[in-house]
Design a protein around this ligand. Structure first.
Ligand SMILES: [Zn+2]
Length: 232
């Protein structure tokens, strides 16, 4: 009798523990510290594959520019789409980082642009453009004087027009891997598309950007068995 009574109780206890473990979302700190598929990474040993081309349907539109304390963020209200194979993604925003964080074969980059896209089922795709020091960048030249001095929401002007295609490099070769959002909550399952062609930013532009945002980048994360693929 006692053993019969105890077994259901034990089963119930195990079920409750299992349910608690399953329903408790991992704390942000946990995913950021212990997630197995985090970004940025050092891109190396990329495996060449016949990847679908990146087909951009970007167009110029009136932008909303914001200083969100950590970055300058640009949103365009007109629809901008990226098609990769049979997947279609909508561009949500463009923002910048300095330094980039992402590395290629151990090389650090002065800056990165992140073009964040959302798929039809809400899946996240981050397209990254890297910058090394060199000639001034025209898109940054346009943006830098317009960055709001304070984090006070979106700024708009009838005089402003922004075509996100101006942020893209001339060639469309890319790396791809699965990673995460690079700041808390460090959400995983983000498809990272990193353009192979690197743009340039001048020292003056970098200094102007860093007047707003102190240099900060997340350290490169362990691959934990992930593979980077690349277009030929
Ligand atoms: Zn970013």
């Amino acid at each position: 009798m006692t053993s019969l009574a105890r077994k259901p109780l034990q089963a119930l206890a195990f079920a409750l523990i299992a349910l608690a473990t399953w329903t408790a979302p991992p704390a942000h700190a946990d995913l950021c510290a212990r997630g197995m598929a985090q970004s940025p990474i050092n891109i190396r040993h990329a495996v060449t594959q016949k990847l679908p081309p990146l087909v951009f349907s970007y167009q110029s539109g009136p932008p909303a520019i914001a200083n969100d304390t950590h970055t300058a963020r640009v949103r365009v209200s007109v629809p901008n789409r990226l098609r990769i194979g049979d997947q279609v993604y909508r561009l949500e925003q463009v923002h910048f980082h300095s330094p980039a964080g992402e590395q290629i074969e151990g090389e650090d980059f002065a800056m990165a642009a992140h073009l964040l896209h959302k798929g039809t089922r809400g899946e996240l795709l981050a397209l990254e453009v890297l910058y090394r020091l060199g000639a001034p960048d025209p898109a940054l030249q346009w943006l830098l004087p317009l960055i709001p001095a304070q984090a006070d929401g979106d700024h708009r002007s009838a005089d402003w027009h922004f075509d996100p295609a101006l942020v893209l490099p001339a060639t469309r070769g890319y790396y791809r891997y699965t990673g995460s959002v690079t700041a808390p909550p460090c959400t995983q399952g983000v498809v990272w598309v990193v353009m192979k062609e690197v743009r340039t930013v001048s020292a003056e532009q970098l200094a102007a950007y860093q007047q707003h945002f102190a240099p900060q980048a997340r350290a490169v994360q362990d691959m934990n068995g992930r593979t980077v693929v690349q277009s030929p």
